[in-house]
Design a protein around this ligand. Structure first.
Ligand code: ITT
Length: 185
């Protein structure tokens, strides 16, 4: 059993689906933890994990994600949560009018195994749609079309999204690591 700490049910659904497919049980600790302000998603993820070590009584993992939009100089990146809460997807579409629409989604998992922190990352390139596509409305998914797909991630099933998403790619690395290193999980 491994604990996943997050306040985001959509992340948990995607993660649990992948872990289940590999026979690994996961329990969700639904908790909002404080995130430091940093311009690197790796650092934020590592520091958040480090600060949780004393609060969670067993091995656990967290992840931090962000969308990097080329035409906006990499914004919102580590500020993705704030931007989603404030201007939202509509605001992003307005900012991108007449601009290039390339973007990359990044996820960095940080795993405390009881001794040290390990990190696993995943990146997915894509484009920002020209309108909002409601479906499974998780964050930027209604406007983010992963490369190789013709529709935004909001219109994909969890399994379809996991095959191409930043989180799915980071999870594959993490699952390989725990299968190699853990006798009981
Ligand atoms: P935690 O409690 O796990 O930190 P959070 O929702 O605050 O949950 P992040 O800071 O990692 O998570 O996410 C930054 C923003 O990016 C936030 O608005 C999310 O909704 C959004 N986001 C994260 N992963 C996403 C994904 O796979 N697809 C679309 N939006 C995503």
């Amino acid at each position: 059993m491994i604990k996943f700490v997050s306040s985001n049910v959509h992340k948990y659904e995607e993660i649990d689906s992948m872990l289940k497919a590999h026979g690994i049980e996961c329990s969700w600790v639904n908790m909002k933890y404080e995130e430091i302000q940093e311009d690197s998603i790796e650092k934020i993820s590592w520091e958040s994990c480090n600060r949780l070590i004393d609060k969670i009584d067993s091995k656990f993992f967290i992840e931090d994600s962000g969308i990097i939009i080329e035409a906006l100089g990499g914004f919102p990146g580590p500020y993705s949560s704030y931007v989603q809460r404030t201007i939202g997807n509509e605001g992003i579409l307005k900012l991108l009018e007449g601009k290039k629409r390339n973007a990359t989604f990044v996820t960095v998992i940080s795993y405390w195994d009881g001794h040290q922190i390990f990190q696993f990352d995943g990146k997915t390139a894509g484009t920002i749609a020209t309108s909002i596509f409601h479906g499974r409305d998780f964050g930027y998914d209604p406007i983010f079309i992963p490369n190789g797909k013709t529709v935004p991630a909001s219109l994909l099933s969890i399994e379809e999204k996991n095959q191409v998403s930043q989180r799915g790619k980071a999870m594959i690395k993490f699952i390989e690591h725990i299968k190699e290193t853990e006798k009981e999980i």
